[in-house]
Design a protein. Structure first.
Length: 584
């Protein structure tokens, strides 16, 4: 996979898109802000209660006053709990709405980036990054941002009690903020390393599971485990290191906050002894300090969640910026199988040299074209371009007069039957895979496609038939059976044209016959077929040949004429070599 680094302008565009999605919840954020204001205002209940108990109740020794104050305080704490619960529920829905709004967009961006080969590194983690942002929105640290402005109010309240208490509170707050900043700087790199190591280990584990049969057959299990174990240990060590950093700062912050509250009580007691403060104000000041410093402590303790959310936000901005939203295209009528390539040049993603240059041809309905040439000539590149995966760097490929990019991508996919060199099935039943994972598959169309691919009888011989469960490794299916299911999938829904890239690489004689029968059926129905092949058996039903060498179209036309031309060229080359040898 060649990676594309998004430009600064693309990153800004992705950032703007994310901000636009977040703004949809602006009204809910206002509710959270309002509820947070009431919650923090009600946090003054404890200090005010202490002031009144020490000032009014103990001074007047009035039982009725104590009861009235206690009932009022209980009611206010009840209201505070209800409002705090409500704002938590709202933040949860904001996070869920953010993820829901972006699920399809991020999924499509990741798929398009990977399919085109022009994927930024973030394409592999797009959905995980989206979940990280959602978790940061719904975590307690998100509400701490709404509580931070009230820190100044609580500090002002402490100053009202006594200036010395206020100075002590500010000094403690500054110290906690400094710890938070140091925490951010020192844990950034360990957290990034831990996340990267975890992702690397997970990818390795997935690769090993996908190739379990080969690993077992070749006796590679111990070696493969050791390699995975090394990555896993690296991931654990990086995670422990990051956890140690975060834990040390969290413990330091908690210890410092408790010490500051005790110091506040100590200074308050001194001021009481000097008759400069009341006992109620002494305890109220300690309570206010704890509340003022709580958001800072929350930010420090929840910093890994916040940092992962910020990292996910940056990654999403890069991904969405490099894969912009596909604009809705005018719905075109179902095209005829008329394909025209005009001076097509294909530049593989991440490479400076074109693998296909200035290729022009025309294929009419009912024609089958065999594309031949040496390895690395550009056959698979042409297949990807015809399948709409790689966009030409120059020239155009037109389907019934319209360039491929004028069709909606999903609509274009229904017109194309694509069989790649390596066929991979998805987790589900054989029916699901043939129906291209449709949630409402047409059983008649599934069976029709399987029959056209000569796979119907093969599928029925399986214990569960079309309901047989398969996965990316094929499950119980052989390589040839997977290839035939892939051919049936390509033919599902009566595509306008087929693109078969080395279709008989895993097929036996019966499978090769099935390929040729499928090509013949497509031709009879006025559709067209492209077959990229090395084996002559794959092009028996092709009435035209295209010979590609070095990324250039060397010959194109009726099969026998191209064969004769290739043989003549080879003869001339051989004669030239012979003359050269004679002179030598």
């Amino acid at each position: 996979m060649n990676l594309k680094e998004p430009t600064q302008a693309e990153v800004k565009a992705g950032e703007a898109e994310l901000l636009g999605v977040r703004k949809r919840s602006r009204g809910l954020y206002w509710f959270v802000a309002i509820f947070s204001s009431f919650v923090n205002a009600l946090m003054l209940t404890g200090p005010l209660y202490m002031l009144n108990v020490y000032g009014s109740v103990l001074g007047s020794r009035s039982f009725e006053t104590l009861v009235a104050l206690s009932v009022l305080v209980a009611f206010m704490y009840l209201m505070m709990g209800i409002l705090d619960y409500a704002r938590g529920r709202i933040m949860g829905r904001i996070g869920a709405q953010f993820q829901t709004d972006l699920d399809e967009r991020v999924f499509n961006a990741s798929m398009r980036a990977k399919a085109s080969g022009r994927a930024p590194a973030e394409a592999a983690t797009g959905l995980r990054d989206l979940q990280a942002v959602q978790q940061s929105i719904t975590s307690p640290v998100a509400m701490a941002k709404f509580d931070l402005p009230w820190t100044a109010v609580f500090l002002l309240g402490i100053f009202i009690f006594h200036a010395y208490l206020g100075y002590l509170a500010i000094a403690g707050g500054v110290l906690l903020v400094a710890i938070a900043i140091i925490n951010q700087i020192s844990t950034k790199r360990p957290l990034e390393q831990a996340n990267a190591a975890t992702l690397h280990a997970e990818n390795m584990g997935e690769q090993l599971r996908s190739n379990a049969d080969t690993i077992q057959a070749l006796g590679m299990r111990a070696s493969a485990f050791q390699r995975w174990k090394d990555l896993r240990n690296g991931s654990l060590q990086a995670g422990i290191k990051a956890g140690d950093f975060a834990g040390s700062f969290g413990s330091l912050t908690k210890s410092l906050r408790l010490f500051l509250q005790s110091a506040m009580l100590g200074m308050g007691a001194y001021l009481v002894l000097q008759d400069q403060l009341t006992p109620g104000a002494m305890i109220a000041g300690s309570i206010l300090l704890g509340r003022a410093l709580a958001p800072v402590e929350m930010l420090v303790n929840q910093w890994p969640v916040l940092n992962r959310g910020r990292s996910g936000w940056r990654n999403l901005a890069r991904l969405l910026g490099s894969v912009p939203v596909v604009q809705r295209r005018t719905e075109l009528p179902t095209p005829k199988a008329l394909i025209v390539a005009d001076q097509v040049t294909i530049l593989p993603p991440g490479e400076a040299k074109a693998s296909l240059r200035m290729v022009s041809f025309k294929v009419n309905p009912g024609e089958a074209v065999g594309v031949i040439g040496p390895s690395g000539a550009g056959k698979s590149t042409l297949a990807r371009a015809l399948a709409g995966l790689w966009t030409p760097a120059g020239g155009t490929i037109r389907l019934d007069g319209a360039s491929l990019d004028q069709y909606e991508p999903d609509v274009l996919g229904t017109y194309i039957g694509y069989l790649p060199q390596t066929v991979t099935l998805l987790n589900g039943t054989i029916r699901d895979n043939i129906a291209r994972m449709s949630t409402t598959p047409d059983d008649a169309a599934v069976i029709k496609a399987a029959k056209r691919a000569a796979a119907h009888e093969m599928i029925l011989e399986l214990p569960e038939g079309y309901d047989t469960i398969v996965d990316s490794t094929g499950g119980r299916l052989s390589g040839g059976q997977v290839q035939r299911v892939g051919l049936a999938r390509a033919m599902y829904g009566d595509p306008v044209y087929l693109v078969l890239d080395e279709p008989n690489s895993n097929l036996d004689n019966a499978g090769s016959i099935a390929i040729n029968n499928a090509i013949r059926l497509m031709r009879q129905e006025g559709r067209c077929v492209f077959v990229m092949a090395h084996r002559p058996a794959a092009i028996e039903q092709c009435d035209k040949l295209m010979y590609i060498d070095g990324g250039l179209l060397k010959a194109f036309g009726p099969t026998e004429e191209v064969k004769a031309q290739i043989l003549a060229n080879r003869a001339q080359i051989d004669q030239g070599k012979g003359k050269g040898g004679g002179v030598a």
